[in-house]
Ligand binder design. Structure first.
Ligand SMILES: [Fe+2]
Ligand SMILES: [Fe+2]
Length: 222
């Protein structure tokens, strides 16, 4: 009978306390505990950014084109959260049980609305909204959030490249969209603030939330 070198390994047959999918990463030099921590921080940033972009999109009042592009970036962040979170569990981890812990752990700063005093603005009544907020200030917040995301996913790609193909595939797909997002907001901010054309190459997504790279439509569509 032919030799079957992969029929057994360090993890014993029937042992559900260990994962060959993790063992093989460790064998290739991945610190899986550290990777899980970084993925939780990154997932937290996607989740909180999705929340803050909801506010930022609302306050791009009067700029339908900016609103639409902000909406694409917002829904794609939700897709990024959805894509990467199951991977944390596959690796044996979990996201925090308390959403406050999750938000505090987010690897990127809160994308506060300009004029909201870093989110601390007291409201005299329920309709005491920020009324003087400039589109270019919002676009700068959006731009810097995308830049943090690019740094985050580039690091995950570096850690996993050639070793953890599954996490790498997810992170690289997210990274591709983050790079697009940065280009979009450079284009919009440059023209809005300086009147200078710095084209991004963007036209428009099909439908909002299409997330062409990160939407795991084929086999996972929550
Ligand atoms: Fe994202
Ligand atoms: Fe983004």
């Amino acid at each position: 009978m032919a030799d079957k070198p992969h029929a057994s390994g360090r993890v014993k047959a029937g042992d559900v306390t260990q994962r060959v999918g993790v063992e093989q990463l460790e064998k290739r030099g991945i610190d899986v505990d550290q990777l899980i921590e970084k993925l939780v921080d990154a997932a937290g940033a996607e989740f909180t950014t999705y929340y803050y972009y909801t506010i930022l999109r609302m306050y791009l009042a009067g700029n339908e084109d900016y609103k639409e592009i902000c909406e694409d970036a917002r829904l794609e962040d939700r897709a990024h959260f959805e894509l990467i979170t199951p991977r944390i569990y596959e690796l044996g981890g979990t996201i925090p049980y308390d959403i406050r812990t999750f938000a505090d752990r987010a690897g990127c700063p809160d994308a506060y609305l300009p004029g909201s005093e870093n989110g601390k603005r007291p409201m005299k009544n329920s309709r005491d909204i920020v009324t003087h907020v400039k589109a270019d200030d919002i676009l700068e917040v959006l731009l810097e959030a995308e830049r943090c995301a690019i740094r985050t996913w580039s690091e995950i790609c570096d850690i996993t490249f050639g070793k953890d193909l599954r996490t790498f595939d997810m992170a690289s797909r997210i990274l591709q969209e983050e790079i697009e997002h940065e280009a979009w907001f450079i284009e919009l901010l440059s023209m809005e603030r300086e009147g200078v054309a710095r084209p991004s190459g963007h036209f428009r997504r099909g439908d909002p939330g299409d997330a062409p790279y990160s939407k795991n439509r084929g086999f996972y569509n929550p």
